[in-house]
Design a binder for this molecule. Sequence first.
Ligand SMILES: [Zn+2]
Length: 292
Amino acid sequence: MKTNGDHDHMSCIVCGTPQTAGLAGWHAACRGCGYESAALQGAINEKPLGAPVDEDERELGLKALRQENFRDIVELAGALARPGAHRLLDVGCAHGWFLETARERFDVLGIEPDAVVGGRTLARGLPVRQGYFPDALQAGESFDIIVFNDVIEHIPDIRAALDACHARLGEGGLLILNLPNSAGFFYRLSKTFAKVGWRSPFERLWQKGLPSPHVHYFRPANLERLVGRHGFACVHSQELPSLRAKGLLERIRCAGGMSGPSLYLQYVAVLCSIPLLRLFPSDIIVSVFRKT
Ligand SMILES: [Zn+2]
């Protein structure tokens, strides 16, 4: 893990204000618009084969939540896309869960940089190409809808990615960004903990130490401002639940390594907190942009 000493002197990619030092050496924030960045470096495809078992288990714990949210996103895409829209690209499709939901309605293609994960998804019969966006695409290939599910916040040169989306979308095409929310309850709580010296929840939410850590943290307003400068208009933005009752027990089991009474006790406690959490901003947002 390398940190960049000049990180806190960089200009904000959204509003141009010089960023100030954040809650860790690798973290910086903008006082102008609230955008946050991390000088964390990833290592996709550099890990030994078969190593990311923990990560896979964690992913399985999240599967039910993601699938519910993906159904909402496919419905949004169907409602907002222009008539006749059918070509959908899923950038960073990972295990193909979104592709599985979206292919009931669209002609789908996935791109996945992680060769092991992408290979497994391909073996399950889903249309996946290994590589990065947009290099993995063929010349002249274009789409009606491009989706990034928990992906755009990992891309260091996000401005180049947004330009590539504009170039690869047909007229009136949709760009759908599903990503963490810096105004979310759990993220803000993690910052409060970090300020008093307990950094692990904050590092976890940035995915520090994982093969592909987060490098950006947006909220709806600064995301709309950035994407708007790349030839898009925001047509819809909403929160998605970061906790749902469905799959919750599996998720807690995978995360905590607990069993027996303490597992069920925590399950009941979290289950009861779900209605209360709805009173606060969610940690997951989805924003839909139309190419102008
Ligand atoms: Zn800013």
